[in-house]
Structure formats: structure tokens, C-alpha cells
Design a protein around this ligand. Structure first.
Ligand code: PLP
Length: 448
């Protein structure tokens, strides 16, 4: 299959099976990114577009951040690779310590992975092994939530709640159940931040525990703000209620902060914003600003310490990855954390969020806009579905934004998701919202 002959274009698109993509459709009219800088992507057709989704919810400090690029270039000339299996290199220890200092109090231990999916599977495995290490092997059940996205590992799709990502593969992990999702358009549409209604949805956990016997449940995992399903902030008090129920029954609580970690909500972690400390936090994406793959699982001291028993020559956890704590990823992550903290980008994220919220909610009342929801620099605009199929309305709006407004947004189901880099200024917020306003108006149908 040939492509338009720009110098940056490959001769054929056939070999690459693209993830989560309608490959045949994409390859008929491909859109390729050939460069990036700050808030912008350069497309192969010569256009520059504003990246309102930070890559894929990950480039929080903006593209090709000079501090991060310089750190990676310096690292590759000193140490390319070192295993973390029974040997180590200093940067992994320094980074782990930095993460422990950023994490909520009492979460002082870190396990490195290479992605959000690996972080999720690692956290689930640690939760199961934790109970076994304490002599409580009866706890094997895991509880996720409808509509949740926890990556694509077998653990992640088992606790995940997006039907197609599960049914495509047949039977998954045993002993998994799901809480109801928290979206409630009838009561909460156009909420700002945490919606007022829905704390009682956490009580569904008690019902599930009654069904299964709480002494068989190892862990509950939730995204504090569900991202990929369309940005669903938690109802007020919901996460605290989950924490209370887990505590009552000796169940570990895992927050999947792959999107919400590292300043997306204006605080280090969602746990800080909502004032609820889980037992484990999964991270990836913003950890290295998307510049190189890396994930990390942060955990409470009690979880880690349960493994530090028995013979000192025994391996405490039979788990790990060839690239756990990769030197290049550590260098990128440390520079990224410097940008977030020393350069004040998390503070900038928090400072821009109220203007972002104000502007987005002006979309209320446009044809087909059935909800606007937001927290920090994370937002979803839900559109009335069109008759020809789920997601078609949001896809049309997203396409219009990039083609006419020069703004790249992401359609997830019937929702337009926004998660811009923290470096955006008011004029960029204006451009994003103006482009959405035009796209929504110009694609509107009489039924909207
Ligand atoms: N968990 C959450 C909450 C995510 O949003 C994602 C990715 O979007 C993942 C896990 C999976 O991360 P990755 O694609 O790096 O495996």
C-alpha cells in the first residue's frame, strides 16, 4: 500500500498491525505525526496541530522537553543497560527514593515496570502474594469496576470493565467481580469536579462482599478518575467509602493512577486531591513524560514489609522485567520529576485548571452536548450518540477539530477526552474550546 510521497512517509503501511486501530480504514487515509515541539505535533502533510490530549495522556510537560531530552542523551553515553536482577545501578535507587518522597505518606516502596499494563498486573500480583505471605491464601478474589480500563495484560482486562476488551479473548482470570460504574447523567450532568450524587455506589462493594465472602477478597482496584471510558470523576465521598469498606474487611485498595498520577489533577497523585490513601498506586505514562516506556507501582510500607520475612537469601517476590528500572527510563523520569516539581509544572497544572473548567462549561447548551465533566486538566465532553453507531458523533467532532481547528482531541466512545500538557496557557485553552465549539456546531444534526 503506497502513501503520499512526503519525505517522512514510509513506502508501505502493511506490515505494522496498529494497536486499538481500525487498520484497514486508517491505511486508506493515514494521518502520520512526523515531529513535535512543546504543545504541538507536526503532521506529515505539513500542518502543525495543538496536542490537547498530551500524546496519549502522557506528555504532561510538553513534547521534547529540553530537560528530559538532555538527561536521556547524557545517560545513553554513560550506561545503556543494566539488569536489576541481583545487580543494580544507582539511578533506579535514586528514582525510587524520589517517587517515595512524592507519594502519599507511608508509601515508601516502588516496583519498576515498563507500562501501565505491567504496573496493573504487578499490583494485582503483589496484592495476591501479600495475603499469601501473611498466611492468608484464601484471599484470591479481585474486584474491579464496570467501564474501567486497566491496560491489556490478562490481569488488567480481567478487572477491567470494557466489554469488548474482555469478550474478544474468552475466559479470563477466575474470581473477579465488578462494581457498578459511577456515571449518572440523570443526576450529575455538567458537574464540575466531583459530582454531588453517587456515594452509595460504593456500597455495592458491601453487596459484592456479602455475595462472595469478604475473607476471600484480596483487592479492589479503581481508577480514581476513570479515564479511557470517557473521564468519570468519582462522586463526592465515594473513594473514602471504598477505603472504609476495604479497611473493615482487610482488603487492599489499589488506585490505578496511570493517567491521574504526576500532576494531571493539580496534585502529585489523585490520592492527594481526594484525601484517600490506597495501599498500592499504579503509574506509567507521565512518569517519563512519554519519552521512553516506564511504569512504577508505589506501595505502603506494610505491603512491602510483609514480604521482607524469612531467609535473607531468599528472593522475596518471584516477579520482574528485564527492563525494570532501565537506566534510560530512570534518567528520563528523574528529569521529568524535576520539570514537574522544580520547574513548577504541577503548580501550573493546578493554576490553569479553573480557567479550563470555566471555558469548557461554556459548551453546555450546544446541540448534542449531554455532559461536560472535568477535574484538574482532565475533561470529557459527552455527545448524544448518533443512530449509525456508538462513537460516530464524537469521531466526527474529533475529525473536525483536527482538520478545521488545528487541535488534536481524542474520541473515546461518545465522549471527547481532553488532557492537555500542563504548559498550556489561556490562549491555548481558548483555541481548544473554540475549535470544539465550531466542530460541534458544524457537525450538528437536527436530532442532536
Ligand atoms: N491503566 C490506566 C488507567 C490507563 O489509562 C492505561 C492506559 O491508558 C493503562 C492502565 C495501560 O497503560 P499502558 O498502555 O502503558 O500499558
Amino acid at each position: 500500500m503506497a502513501l503520499a510521497d512526503t519525505p517522512a512517509s514510509p513506502a508501505s503501511l502493511d506490515a505494522f498491525w496498529m494497536p486499538f486501530t481500525p487498520n484497514r480504514k486508517f491505511k486508506q487515509s493515514p494521518r502520520l505525526i512526523v515531529g513535535s515541539e512543546g504543545l504541538y505535533y507536526d503532521l506529515a502533510d505539513g500542518r502543525r496541530v495543538l496536542d490537547a490530549i498530551a500524546g496519549l495522556w502522557c506528555v504532561n510537560a510538553g513534547h521534547r522537553h529540553p530537560r528530559i531530552s538532555a538527561a536521556m542523551k547524557a545517560q545513553i553515553d554513560v550506561l545503556d543497560y543494566a539488569s536489576s536482577f541481583q545487580i543494580g545501578h544507582p539511578a533506579a535507587f535514586v528514582l525510587a527514593q524520589r517517587l517515595a518522597e512524592m507519594a502519599p505518606a507511608g508509601m515508601n516502596h516502588v516496583f519498576f515496570t515498563n507500562s501501565g499494563s505491567e504496573s496493573v498486573d504487578t499490583a494485582l500480583k503483589i496484592a495476591l502474594a501479600y495475603h499469601r505471605a501473611r498466611g492468608d491464601a484464601a484471599r484470591y478474589r479481585l474486584i474491579g469496576r464496570e467501564r474501567a480500563y486497566h491496560g491489556v495484560g490478562f490481569g488488567g482486562i480481567s478487572v477491567g470493565g470494557i466489554g469488548r476488551q474482555r469478550s474478544t479473548f474468552g475466559p479470563l482470570l477466575n474470581g473477579v467481580d465488578h462494581l457498578p460504574h459511577t456515571l449518572d447523567l440523570a443526576r450529575n450532568a455538567f458537574s464540575r469536579g466531583e459530582p454531588a450524587h453517587g456515594i452509595e455506589k460504593a456500597d455495592a462493594l458491601e453487596a459484592l462482599l456479602a455475595l462472595h465472602d469478604p475473607s476471600t477478597v484480596a483487592a479492589v482496584i479503581v481508577e480514581p478518575v476513570a479515564g479511557s471510558t470517557g473521564v468519570l470523576p468519582p462522586p463526592r465521598g465515594y473513594l473514602r467509602r471504598l477505603r472504609e469498606i476495604c479497611d473493615k474487611h482487610g482488603i487492599l485498595l489499589i488506585f490505578d493512577e496511570v493517567i491521574t498520577g504526576f500532576g494531571r489533577l493539580g496534585t502529585n497523585f489523585a490520592a492527594d486531591l481526594f484525601g484517600v490513601t490506597p495501599d498500592l498506586i499504579t503509574t506509567a505514562k507521565g512518569l517519563t513524560n512519554g519519552a521512553v516506556p516506564m511504569g512504577a507501582v508505589l506501595m505502603r510500607d506494610e505491603v512491602h514489609d510483609a514480604f521482607m520475612q524469612g531467609s535473607v537469601s531468599g528472593i522475596e517476590l518471584s516477579h520482574g522485567y528485564t527492563y525494570s528500572g532501565h537506566p534510560l527510563a530512570c534518567a528520563a523520569a528523574m528529569a521529568t520529576l524535576d520539570a514537574y516539581t522544580q520547574d513548577g509544572l504541577i503548580a501550573q497544572s493546578a493554576a490553569t485548571a479553573p480557567y479550563f473548567e470555566e471555558c469548557l462549561h461554556t459548551l453546555r447548551g450546544l446541540p448534542g452536548v449531554i455532559d461536560v465533566r472535568n477535574v484538574g486538566l482532565l475533561a470529557g465532553i459527552e455527545l448524544q450518540p448518533w443512530a449509525e453507531g456508538a462513537g460516530t458523533h464524537a469521531q466526527a467532532v474529533a475529525q473536525h477539530c483536527v482538520d478545521q481547528g488545528g487541535v488534536l482531541v481524542r474520541s473515546v466512545g461518545d465522549t471527547i477526552a481532553l488532557s492537555p500538557p500542563f504548559t498550556l496557557e489561556r490562549r491555548h485553552v481558548d483555541q481548544i474550546v473554540d475549535s470544539l465549539r465550531a466542530a460541534i456546531a458544524q457537525t450538528a444534526r437536527p436530532t442532536d
